[in-house]
Every structure is written in C-alpha cells, then in structure tokens.
Design a protein around this ligand. Structure first.
Ligand SMILES: C[S@@+](CC[C@H](N)C(=O)[O-])C[C@H]1O[C@@H](n2cnc3c(N)ncnc32)[C@H](O)[C@@H]1O
Length: 322
C-alpha cells in the first residue's frame, strides 16, 4: 500500500476504534487523536528546525499514527526510523499492522515507565491529557519521583499526565534534538504549570510557542485550548517566538521574547491579538481578575464616576504580556 492509501485506512480505523470505546474510557487514557490536517501543519512548520539529513524519530503516545503519517509524508526521505510507543493494545495492534511496510517500530509499553532503547533526533507528541484526579495517588507519586530524578523538578500533584510525559521525554532526546509537543495551553497560566515553565526557561532551549484560539473547532472532542511548543535539548536562553491564532503558518499575532524575560512563578498570559480594539477587548485581556480582596479603605479605592469615559484610553500593554 502507498502512504496515501495507508493514511486513508488509518483515518477510517481511528474512527472505528474511537466509536468502539466509551467517552469515559477514552478520557481515562487521553485518547483524542490529532486531526490529520493539524498533524500535517505541525510537520510542515517543524521541518525548518530539523538540521540533520537523517532523522530517528520518537512518538511517545502514537495512537494509530497521525504524526507518523505526517512526518513520512513531509520528511519521508530523511526518516531513518520512527519508534512508536502506544499503551492501548487495540491502537498498538492497529498501528503495527497499518505501518508494517514502513520504517516504523511499535512498542506496546507505558511511556512513563519505559527506558529508552535509543536516543532520538526528534520527539513529536500529542500526549494523553489525563486530568490529575483520574491518576491514582500511588501512580502520581511514582510519576513525581521519576520526573524529579530525571530533571530535578517537582511537579505539582494537580498537573495532568501530559506534564509528566513532556518532562520525561528529555532522557529520550540526544543533545541538540528537537521536541515538538501539542499540549493544552493551561501550563502557561496555572500554578501547577510552574515546573513546565521552569523546564522551558532553565532546562532546554525554548524556540516557539503557538497558542490556538480556545474556539478552534479542531479540538472540540478534547474540550481544551491547545498549544504547540518547539524546543531543543540544548543550553537554555536565547529568544522564543510566541504566536497565536488558528493557523500555525500564518499566525494572527507573533512576538519574539528573550527567555530571560520569562519567569516560572508568574503566569505567561497569552499575548493579546494585535487587532484587539476597545470594541472587542475584554477586561481579562488587560488585567488578572480575582475575587474577594478586602481593602479596608473603600473611600480611597472607590472613585467617583469620571464625567467623560471616552477620555480614558486603555493601558498600553503591548510590551508587557508576561
Ligand atoms: C492524545 S492521544 C494522541 C494519539 C496520537 N499521537 C495522535 O496524535 O493522534 C494519546 C495517546 O496516548 C496513549 N497513551 C495513554 N497513556 C499512555 C502511556 N502511559 N504510554 C503510552 N501511550 C499512552 C493513548 O492510548 C492515546 O493513543
């Protein structure tokens, strides 16, 4: 079978497998496949970062192989081998059969406990978005210990499974290797994302972060707003591109920020689209809003209504998003 025929069959089998499972079961394993068009877009935008002529690729949670297909299509002649890890026996069996005539090795193991059989030039992943309360306490402790011993970072117990996948991937990457991760964008703005933000500031070289709009229909079944991150296993520092919009190739907004300006404790608020105007901007675009701060001095804080509201211009926040 040609690559195009295999891809057609893969999409059909992915749908059949999705239908055969309950939504609860899919949620508990984080089984939401990457749409083919998005996997292709990610492959195309990744190619400029790949400098080696031959590529040994790892996909730590492969499913039926959306990324396998996209990278064979866009970088096929450079791909030496793709190691495809998948825990679910149904997806493992389907993937093994589908890609049997391509340079793809499926392994039916748990990525979080597996040991590297090799080091890779590229790790590309859409890891399982399993929420923390679905993870059993003992498993969470094992994951926290494993991440700590690999990276020296302690992940909050509130973090989802994808955070552990991301940090554990470092030991599978050779020096200079590229990591490309499609993950929920909440790591930028929640307290439990601190270990991830710190990882991108201190452990690797962050290259680019693209945040999709929350309304992007491509992610409707996973019900999350998503981001794609490109980083290199290299000395930290330099500058990273922050982008936002529906398209990876033509983002609505883009800004290059020195990594030294980013802090792991503070939230990385998503950049406000350059087109935000007083007509469509919301208060949350400009301020972090919290409830319940007692002032003790309302006469100071509660000002009389200004006479002409139009005289007040919005603050210039374009230079301090983070
Ligand atoms: C979000 S899906 C992505 C599938 C595929 N990478 C794609 O992009 O279409 C995550 C996949 O990880 C698998 N998975 C869940 N836990 C895993 C684990 N501990 N080790 C390896 N794979 C796992 C799920 O069965 C599922 O196929």
């Amino acid at each position: 079978m040609t690559l195009a025929e295999t891809e057609q069959l893969r999409e059909k089998q992915q749908t059949e497998i999705d239908i055969s499972k309950t939504i609860e079961s899919r949620r508990s394993f984080g089984q939401f496949a990457t749409p083919a068009q998005l996997a292709n877009e990610i492959a195309v935008t990744t190619i400029p970062y790949l400098h080696k002529k031959s590529l040994d690729i790892l996909e730590p949670s492969t499913g039926t192989g959306s990324f396998v297909s996209a990278f064979l299509r866009h970088a096929g002649e450079r791909v030496t081998r793709i190691t495809a890890i998948e825990l679910d026996p149904d997806l493992f069996t389907a993937g093994t059969r589908l890609w049997s005539s391509f340079p793809v090795d499926y392994r039916n193991v748990d990525f979080t406990t597996a040991e590297p059989n090799a080091l890779f030039d590229l790790v590309v992943a859409n890891p399982p978005y399993v929420r923390h309360h679905v993870l059993e306490a003992e498993r969470k402790r094992q994951l926290q210990r494993a991440v700590f011993s690999e990276t020296g970072k302690w992940i909050s117990g509130l973090a989802g499974l994808y955070c552990y996948f991301l940090l554990l991937s470092l030991k599978w990457m050779m020096q200079g290797a590229l990591g490309v991760w499609l993950i929920p964008s909440e790591w930028m703005s929640v307290n439990y994302g601190e270990a991830i933000r710190s990882f991108f500031i201190k452990s690797v070289r962050l290259l680019k972060v693209h945040k999709f709009d929350a309304s992007d229909v491509r992610f409707s079944d996973a019900l999350v707003s998503s981001s794609v991150i490109w980083f290199r296993k290299d000395s930290p520092g330099g500058s990273a591109d922050f982008m936002r919009g529906i398209s990876l190739q033509t983002p609505d907004f883009s800004k290059t920020i020195p990594v030294a300006h980013l802090g792991s404790k503070g939230k990385w608020l998503p950049p406000v689209a350059s087109g935000a105007s007083s007509a469509n901007a919301q208060l949350k675009d400009f301020f972090t809003i919290r409830r319940g701060i007692a002032t003790g001095d309302n006469t100071f804080l509660c000002c009389p209504k200004p006479k002409r509201m139009s005289a007040i211009s919005p603050p210039n926040i374009s230079s301090r998003f983070f």
